[in-house]
Design a protein around this ligand. Sequence first.
Ligand SMILES: Nc1nc2c(c(=O)[nH]1)N(C=O)[C@@H](CNc1ccc(C(=O)N[C@@H](CCC(=O)O)C(=O)O)cc1)CN2
Ligand SMILES: Nc1nc2c(ncn2[C@@H]2O[C@H](COP(=O)(O)OP(=O)(O)OP(=O)(O)O)[C@@H](O)[C@H]2O)c(=O)[nH]1
Ligand SMILES: [Mg+2]
Length: 441
Amino acid sequence: MIETETLFAPASGFGRAAVSVIRVSGPAAGHVLAALGGTLPPPRRLSLRTLRDPGDGTELDRALVAWFPGPDTYSGEDMAELHLHGGTAVRMGVLTALARMPGCRAAGPGAFTRRAVLNGRMDLAEAEAVADLIDAETEGQRRQALRQLDGALSRQVAAWREEAIDCLAAAEAALDFADEGDVDDAGLDAALFGRADALRQDIAKALQDGRRGERLREGFSVVLAGEPNAGKSTLLNALSRRDVAIVSDMPGTTRDAIEVRLDLGGLPVFLVDTAGLRDTAEPVEAEGIRRSRARIGAADLILALVPPGGTTPDLGASAIRTLTVHTKADLFADSLEPSPSGAIAVSARTGAGLEALLDAIQSEAQAGLGTGDALVTRARHRAALEACITHLDRLLTGEGALPELAAEDLRLAVRSLGEVAGHVGVEDVLDRLFSGFCIGK
Ligand SMILES: Nc1nc2c(c(=O)[nH]1)N(C=O)[C@@H](CNc1ccc(C(=O)N[C@@H](CCC(=O)O)C(=O)O)cc1)CN2
Ligand SMILES: Nc1nc2c(ncn2[C@@H]2O[C@H](COP(=O)(O)OP(=O)(O)OP(=O)(O)O)[C@@H](O)[C@H]2O)c(=O)[nH]1
Ligand SMILES: [Mg+2]
């Protein structure tokens, strides 16, 4: 894959900072660096250069620059890095100079990683891991992304694909013998079906993971539900130690669902404050309550808040894990006593019970997200592996059917497995993946 355009982009964000990195990738990267810095520095060593606009010789910055000759680079192309002083004018001056250089173009989101994939430096699953690593907000998410970047998923799927290809080769060999008319392929069939069945079971086992890889990426959602004035917004603020939600003694204060993200022992948890549940004729509040019910229905855990003298919210018939939380415990001296129902009593005012509640949420998140390392981290991987199982199932239930059909089922199984690493359909997935990527990655 030889690209003619040279891409450049800020790699360290757009704000004010001590240092700001601009990356350049493509055939003109070396030329660009020499044109800005006077001479090309030795490969892969940060070197100090005065950068000048090649157009008019204006001094732009005194910067550290690095030269990475391809193909052993992140993108697989010639690359350069400019480590500038992190001000807006410096960055804009250099970006403007780059934009004027022949063959250079500003990179879109994920463009460097896209080239890395197209140049075979990493596969699609590893590129997804780069995106996940950048988005990782907790230790659990980081560990999972690093494992995938290291090829854990890619290697396992490659091994399955090898096995499927071997089975396919055996099926095709049987086909050739069948053409020659001297077949006794019953023995080969049994061996082939045995292998396909073992492969199917292996893949199915990896999929029986409670979706914990996907869930660790998405986060564990905890929805605060209760009647108006139950103390939901106050509790959200207290648990997150931030003043995010408006609190008032007027019932019906909260309308929009408000989310805060927490890191509980390395697990990503987001708390969602919702509008208090009641019958109302007020259309805006009614819309808020409709949204509350939608968030409650999609929750991993519901906190059912009950104020002193209040009632448990009507959550309908729900299979979602629910913890009952008695709020405003400071109003009743004895309400911090452990309640027989296992409910937790808290006071946002005094802070009593908050640690116990956070511990309870963390245990629920741990149970919900499961322990152990998941292989599958996206719905895309799951869909491809499930499709593979479907093709293997067709093969396995069609025992005794024509060898042509067996070979076709195996071909489709191989194809589905190839989707995970991007052997097939890579461009479509790249477009979707990189639309959510950072500029400069
Ligand atoms: N300044 C800077 N920091 C960075 C990056 C970068 O591109 N530039 N990275 C960008 O994401 C990450 C590091 N990842 C990288 C992965 C591979 C190569 C690379 O040049 N690989 C070559 C040579 C490997 C070697 O020196 O042993 C190769 O794989 O052939 C560079 C960075 C995070 N930090
Ligand atoms: N004494 C005491 N008052 C509290 C406590 N938590 C909340 N309140 C008060 O209860 C009232 C309602 O609190 P909010 O947090 O706005 O209640 P809400 O459940 O979000 O109400 P809606 O948004 O209307 O559904 C406010 O006046 C709070 O100050 C608490 O722990 N102790
Ligand atoms: Mg509220």
